[in-house]
Design a protein around this ligand. Structure first.
Ligand SMILES: NC(=O)c1ccc[n+]([C@@H]2O[C@H](COP(=O)([O-])OP(=O)(O)OC[C@H]3O[C@@H](n4cnc5c(N)ncnc54)[C@H](OP(=O)(O)O)[C@@H]3O)[C@@H](O)[C@H]2O)c1
Length: 287
């Protein structure tokens, strides 16, 4: 990415958790379009500073802010810094996430409280602050995951709160529409990142290869796949879309077992018909 398309010149975006992974990729995508990006991190200052330097090199701007999203005072300070520096905001992307990965019977009270405090509360507190700075309308996007609608080992404490975030998206969409603000979520499937390999190395998880084999598009998603979908929802083109959850998962959550990679008949993927073949000419039409 070397050119500036400048379509977001003068726009300001806050992206929580943008020192690494999906947030970092999105920050650089927006910066390459001329935006100023507020790069939030918890511990990796060096990485966040690198993102800001790269954002400037790409033709955008921005600055890094250390703020732990679990701490409400840090969230207020982050938005105060945005207000001091720019006096306005165009995009708020609630991306940072963390949780305890344990079976439900092993979840303690503090795991439940911290998962709420790390995932749901920062989205709501962040959105309240964001709205106060979006005096010309704006866009809010929350990053969710397939655990919001699908159950699998050790993900209950995060998946259930991702579902709560998606629910808040709908309520916010209705409440903030009058301010010209849209609110949507992007729900990621298996996305190549630091957290994917950490997560699938945990006890109780299936080997990641078995999950990859069940994805219709045949591969894990990339941080670009996620950033591109978020960027679309932040764009003018998405101006009439609000309250929605867009899945970026290669078809994973619409496929049910048994899958096509099960090669037993009758599920084997049929040969692609040549163009011009009529339904009655298909090989299986007479059987
Ligand atoms: N990776 C996947 O397979 C996948 C799939 C679906 C959805 N998602 C969702 O995508 C989002 C981003 O995930 P990712 O995989 O890109 O993450 P990642 O690569 O693990 O990066 C996490 C980012 O969040 C920051 N962070 C963590 N805890 C924080 C806190 N308490 N306060 C502020 N910042 C914090 C980190 O900062 P430091 O660098 O300072 O630690 C880092 O910038 C999450 O909402 C996740 O649930 C991921």
């Amino acid at each position: 990415m070397t050119t500036t398309d400048a379509s977001r010149r003068d726009m300001v975006a806050v992206i929580t958790g943008s020192s690494r992974g999906i947030g970092r990729r999105l920050a650089l995508l927006l910066a390459a379009q001329g935006a100023s990006v507020v790069v939030n991190y918890r511990t990796n200052k060096d990485l966040a500073d690198e993102v800001v330097a790269e954002a400037v090199r790409l033709g955008g701007g921005g600055f890094a802010v250390q703020a732990d999203m679990e701490n409400p005072e840090d969230i207020m300070r982050l938005f105060d810094e945005v207000a001091d520096r720019y006096g306005r905001l165009d995009h708020f992307i609630n991306n940072a996430a963390a949780s305890a990965f344990r079976k439900i019977l092993d979840l303690k009270i503090h795991h439940l409280d911290r998962s709420y405090g790390m995932n749901v509360r920062p989205f709501v507190l962040g959105a309240q602050q964001a709205v106060s700075l979006m005096d010309h309308g704006g866009r809010i996007v929350a990053v969710s995951s397939y655990g919001s609608t699908r159950a699998f080992a050790t993900y209950a404490a995060l998946g259930s709160y991702k579902a709560a975030i998606e629910s808040f998206v709908r309520f916010m969409a209705v409440e903030f529409a009058g301010y010209g603000i849209t609110v949507n979520a992007v729900n990621g499937g298996l996305i190549e990142s630091d957290s994917l390999h950490y997560f699938y190395s945990m006890p109780g998880m299936a080997p990641v290869e078995t999950v990859l084999a069940a994805i219709p598009l045949g591969r894990a998603g990339t941080v670009d796949d996620m950033a591109n979908a978020i960027e679309f929802l932040l764009s003018e083109k998405a101006g009439y879309i609000t309250g929605q959850v867009l899945a970026v998962d290669g078809g994973m959550t619409v496929a049910a077992p048994p899958y096509y990679h099960d090669t037993s008949d009758p599920l084997r993927l049929p040969e692609r018909p040549t163009h011009g073949t009529r339904p009655d000419d298909l090989p299986h039409a007479s059987s």
